[in-house]
Each structure stands twice: as C-alpha cells, then as structure tokens.
Design a protein around this ligand. Structure first.
Ligand SMILES: [Ca+2]
Ligand SMILES: [Ca+2]
Length: 290
C-alpha cells in the first residue's frame, strides 16, 4: 500500500524501505535492515514507523529522527521495532512515541535525544548504555539481563524500569543487574527494579516483594548506584511505588544519601523515601528468595 505522496526508493542502497517525502525529509513506513554486515551505519533523516531487523543482520549504528512520531504518517503500519539481529547502537535524535520496541538480538547502546512517551521497550540481551535526554512518560523499559548505565536527563513519570523482565513484563531473571541509574529530574509514580517481583499486593516497595523465582545462587540482582533529582508519589490511596532489588548499593535523592545497610538482602523493612504515613507511598526495599 503506497502512502499519499508517492513511493520513493529507500535512502540507503540495499534497503527495502517505503518512503514518502515530507517537508524536505524522507519519512519511512517500514525499514527492513538487510542481512549480513551491510553498511556500517544507516541514517534516516525522517520519522520511522516500523523497523524489522532480521536475525542475520549486523549493523553498527541505526540513526533515525524519531520512532512513531505523533503524526500517523503511515496508517496500517505498526509502530514497532522487532527482530533478532544485531545493532550495536540505536540513536533516536528526537522522540519515541506510542512505540513497541522488542529486540531479542543484541543492542549495546540506545540513545534518545528527546523523550519516550507511551511506549514499551524491551531488551533481551545486556545493554552497556541506555540514555534519554528528555523524559520517560507512561512507558515501560524492561531488560532481561543487565544494563551498565541508565541515564535520564528529565523526569521519569508513571513508568516502569524493570531489570530481569521480558517483553511481556514477566519476571524471568533473578540475576539481572543495573550498574548506575541517574535520573536528573524527578522519579514520579514509577518503579525501579532489578530481579524482584511485586508480590500479591501488586505494588513494588512493600513487605511481600520477593526475588524472582529463578537464578544462580551467588549472583545478586543489584542496582549498584542510583542518583535521583527527586521522588514523588501520587497522593492517591491504594497505590505505591518502589526501588527494589536484592541489593541496592548507593541511593541518593536530591543530593542526600539514603541510609542502607551494606550488602544484599538486609534492607527488608521498606525504607520510606517520602514522609512515612503520607499517601505519597514510595519505598526502597531489598528482597530475599521466596
Ligand atoms: Ca508488593
Ligand atoms: Ca543492603
């Protein structure tokens, strides 16, 4: 189905891409990365709606202006990034909007120049870096294995950052780890988790949270260092939010360190990050195996 405006060849030789000119840039409905080594870097100066990465694809960098831009340029084409191939670095210059990003293959680094909104991003392999210049809003970031460094320059609002979880947001790995989380803005009504389950109450940061039921003994599901500009709950009753792992190394909020006992599995009484007894429930807690 050709979009209005006519079909153009993809901007890169060897790429099956359906493009339509718009304001001097080329937007792409479906970008299919070719198999094999291909060019080292592919750059799309427009918005991309769907990306398919075949298992045999191996690309050093994919750079696009945005993924799933607000304007629905290509009706009927899903706003999704799928495939089992390798892309060493994914760069999105602007925003990721209402998007599903599922990569069973390897992505070492993902860098977003704008904000991530209303999206679900999941990574099956270890990431070195996940970086967002803007905000993360109403989104889920799930990492099945490890993340070296996760940085958000803006706020994280109404979102989940879950290490040890798959694309269905099921807990799958009790050995998941995040090295550093740095959120310059406010962590608002959101969860930061490594290898922990939310328990029967469905809320992270409470006494029934447990380690996900799998994993090698001796491997600790940890978040080594967390630096947050601030923390806010919702003020509503019946909800709650948490920073939860088998071990939370260092935690600093608004420049003030939160006191945690050294080592894993010992901060089992939820530590209030906001005035205790208020409805702005936000706690840090470590977990033990079920
Ligand atoms: Ca709970
Ligand atoms: Ca501890």
């Amino acid at each position: 189905m050709a979009p209005a405006g006519g079909v153009e060849a993809g901007p890169q030789r060897g790429f099956a891409a359906l493009g339509v000119g718009n304001q001097g840039i080329t937007n792409v409905g479906t970008l299919i990365v070719p198999n094999g080594e291909g060019p080292a870097k592919v750059e799309i100066e427009g918005n991309v709606q769907q990306v398919v990465v075949p298992a045999a694809a191996k690309l050093k960098e994919l750079k696009v202006l945005s993924l799933g831009a607000d304007t629905d340029l290509f009706p009927g084409i899903p706003r999704q990034f799928t495939g089992a191939g390798t892309i060493v670095k994914v760069t999105v210059e602007k925003d990721v909007t209402d998007y599903t990003f599922q990569v069973p293959g390897a992505v070492d680094q993902m860098v977003v120049g704008g904000s991530i909104t209303g999206s679900e991003l999941s990574f099956a392999r270890t990431l070195k870096l996940f970086s967002v210049q803007g905000d993360v809003e109403g989104s889920t970031l799930s990492f099945a294995r490890k993340v070296g460094k996760l940085t958000v320059k803006g706020d994280v609002d109404g979102s989940e950052i879950l290490a040890g979880y798959n694309e269905k947001q099921e807990g799958v790995n009790a050995d998941a780890q995040i090295g550093t989380i740095n959120i310059a803005g406010v962590l608002r009504a959101s969860n930061l988790v490594a290898g922990a389950g939310r328990g029967a109450d469905g809320i992270f940061g409470t006494a029934d949270d447990q380690l996900i039921g799998s994993g090698r003994p001796g491997v600790i599901a940890s978040i080594a260092r967390i630096v947050l500009g601030g923390v806010e709950g919702t003020g509503a009753t019946g909800d709650g939010f948490g920073i939860v792992a088998e071990e939370i190394g260092k935690l600093k909020i608004g420049g003030t360190p939160v006191r945690l006992a050294p080592d894993a599995r010992n901060d089992l009484t939820p530590i209030p990050l906001l005035p205790d007894g208020s409805t702005d429930d936000f706690y840090a807690r470590e977990v033990v195996p079920a």
